[in-house]
Ligand binder design. Structure first.
Ligand code: FMN
Length: 226
């Protein structure tokens, strides 16, 4: 199965991307995309063409969502001044970013924003009101974060398909100050940030994935009972 084909007019992201692989396709096989995906934390300091970023965002937009509420928004920072400001505002004085980290920071940042209001509104509509999910306390898990996370996963996979590196990471400091600067409404929160860019060829092997083993299949999968 092909993941998506590159459109003949890649600038027009409104055209359908999800068709079977065809002439001109440069896409990878789905399993190859999944196998190649890993968090990239060192990036080349060169811009990514806007149409490439748009295709990745368009894939994210196709994430499933409870009641098709679609309570996710993507705020894109792709100018050095904007990404620089992100690092300034989110810098934790107790654990400051190191200069060598910032030197390989992703040229594009996407804030995946989770909007609870879309869910409470959607589940207040006549076809959903009977479920009682118009009240936040009745949700088994916050689907607004779950759906936004699904969109993040799709974008990370789409980045691989575009031969880019992707990095999902948490914002541990300065979140509200950042959102205020960016004009994000009070109720809307990022579930973290996604960095995108061309992976540096000599990426240092950092992160838990290099120090821990993936759990074996039979350990993860339970059939019939635990
Ligand atoms: C919910 C979540 C939070 C994460 N937070 C961070 C983070 O703050 N910084 C970071 O560098 N990586 C972060 N990661 C990436 C994980 O470290 C990474 O996915 C894991 O080690 C497996 O490696 P892989 O994604 O390269 O296969 C996070 C991943 C998830 C799913």
């Amino acid at each position: 199965m092909r993941f998506h084909i590159v459109d003949t007019n890649p600038k027009d992201v409104r055209r359908p991307l999800f068709t079977a692989g065809g002439i001109g396709s440069t896409s990878m096989e789905f399993r190859q995309v999944v196998a190649r995906r890993k968090m990239v934390r060192s990036f080349e300091q060169r811009p990514v063409p806007g149409d490439v970023i748009d295709r990745i965002l368009d894939v994210g937009r196709r994430a499933p969502s409870g009641g098709f509420s679609q309570g996710f928004d993507f705020l894109v920072l792709d100018e050095p001044a904007a990404t620089g400001r992100f690092w300034e505002v989110t810098n934790d004085p107790e654990f400051p970013y190191e200069a060598e980290e910032l030197a390989v920071a992703p040229p594009v940042l996407i804030l995946p924003l989770s909007d609870k209001r879309a869910y409470l509104d959607r589940y207040s509509q006549p076809d959903k009101i009977e479920f009682g999910l118009d009240r936040e306390e009745n949700w088994p898990v916050p689907y607004w974060h779950l759906d936004t996370a699904m969109a993040v996963m799709l974008m990370l996979l789409a980045a691989v398909d575009e031969r880019l590196g992707g990095w999902y990471f948490g914002i541990v400091h300065g979140e509200r100050a950042l959102l205020d600067e960016l004009g994000v409404p009070e109720e809307v929160r990022p579930i973290g940030a996604v960095g995108l860019g061309y992976a540096a060829s000599e990426e240092k092997q950092v992160g838990s994935a290099y120090s821990r083993k993936r759990r074996p299949f039979d350990d993860v999968v339970h059939r019939g009972s635990w």
